[in-house]
Design a protein around this ligand. Structure first.
Ligand code: PLP
Length: 370
């Protein structure tokens, strides 16, 4: 019980002992691991930092959440069976090929834990979603990072070449966060056909609902006949439920069974399940709004191009400005105008598409940038 007594160190000497003790409790390799950095929220500022949809959930969805609240004395339904069935029916796949998670990031983590052991390698592009390197390291695996091409798209041939006998998992973020770029369906299909059967490709389609380019393939359609492909989607973006944490995986039955084994029980809450179902009832309206967001995205990009910025074609609800060493200064410039964007030091900034007035405020700031 010596440890319990040291839990509240009073003096500096005690504090040093406490840290030394805790240092032995926590895995040494986590010392070097950065924490996930969420987008900032500043009261009164325009928030274009976290790729959420700016408008509130629909009244029908809020009502479903309120109704479900009356039942939260009970545990949630374990594997969210109603939601699973509903998604499966909609996608025309068997229910046994769908798993629900507390956000698709949780599903990324679970897939890594299900697929990887200590000697495993995980291949992903960089820059891509910040969660992949963290998840890889926490799973005890080694990251094999493949730089994006000069046009900010995934270099699929190089990713294929990075696969070794130790590779268990490949993350492909399509469209990619934070660059907004998508790979054409034909290229992706050729890549998937070349990935060895014992390697699981995880196609992260968090921004699927904002894709307007018909050349970009639908991951669920690509999955037919490809059992080593798992597709992730989320209710956080298009469906406006980022604060409730719910996403899903479409994959082969053994993959789904493994997800159910490694996931923390009951992590998809009753409220999240009810809200997701109500959102599917209102899918027409929610998806129509995504089309408006996509049109705004194209408008914002065109304006930025006209100002002389480089902006890759985006298939998401954000745009990427590869400003390199000027990224931090551009971020400060926007912050000074009460606009919160997402800087990636030395590389670029990511700007979420908000409501038209918010986008205008950003464009005004961009016009004032020298
Ligand atoms: C936003 C985002 C997600 C969604 O994560 P949730 O856990 O479902 O909120 C997943 N992948 C990428 C690449 C994202 O940008």
């Amino acid at each position: 019980m010596a440890f319990a007594r040291r839990a509240k160190p009073a003096t500096n000497a005690e504090r040093r002992i406490w840290h030394a003790t805790m240092g032995r409790v926590i895995r040494a390799d986590l010392d070097q691991l950065p924490s996930y950095v969420p987008g900032r929220s500043i009261p009164g500022a325009v928030k274009l930092a976290s790729n959420e949809v700016a408008v509130a959930p629909l009244p029908s969805v809020i009502a479903a959440i309120a109704d479900a609240a009356a039942g939260v004395n009970r545990y949630p339904a374990g594997t969210a069976p109603t939601l699973r069935e509903r998604i499966a029916a909609q996608l025309k796949v068997p229910t046994s090929q769908v798993a629900i998670g507390a956000g698709s990031v949780a599903l990324c983590d679970h897939l890594a834990r299900a697929a990887c052991g200590p000697a495993s390698e995980v291949v992903f592009a960089w820059r891509s979603f910040e969660a992949y390197p963290i998840i890889t390291q926490v799973a005890g695996a080694r990251a094999r990072v493949v730089p994006l091409r000069g046009d900010h798209t995934h270099d699929l041939p190089a990713m294929l070449a990075a696969i070794t006998p130790q590779t268990r998992l490949v993350f492909v973020c399509n469209p990619n966060n934070p660059t907004g770029t998508a790979v054409p369906g034909e290229e992706l299909a050729a890549f998937l056909d070349a990935v060895p059967g014992g390697v699981l490709t995880v196609l992260d389609e968090a921004y699927h609902e904002f894709v307007t380019d018909p050349a970009v393939a639908d991951g669920v359609a690509l999955r037919r006949g490809r059992d080593n492909l798992a597709v992730l989607r989320t209710f956080s973006k298009a469906y406006r439920l980022a604060g409730l944490r719910v996403g899903y995986c479409v994959g082969a039955e053994p993959v789904i069974t493994a997800l159910h084994k490694v996931s923390v029980p009951f992590s998809v809450t009753t409220l999240a399940q009810a809200a997701a179902l109500a959102s599917l009832d209102a899918a027409d309206e929610l998806l129509a709004h995504c089309k408006d967001v996509a049109a705004e995205r194209d408008r914002v990009r065109a304006e930025l191009l006209a100002m002389g910025f480089t902006v890759p074609d985006s298939q998401t609800n954000f745009v990427w400005l590869p400003l390199g060493e000027r990224s931090a200064a551009f971020n400060e410039h926007c912050l000074a105008r009460k606009i919160v964007i997402r800087p990636f030091a030395g590389e670029g900034v990511r700007v979420t598409i908000g409501e038209p007035a918010e986008n205008e405020a950003f464009l005004t700031a961009a016009r004032e940038w020298r």
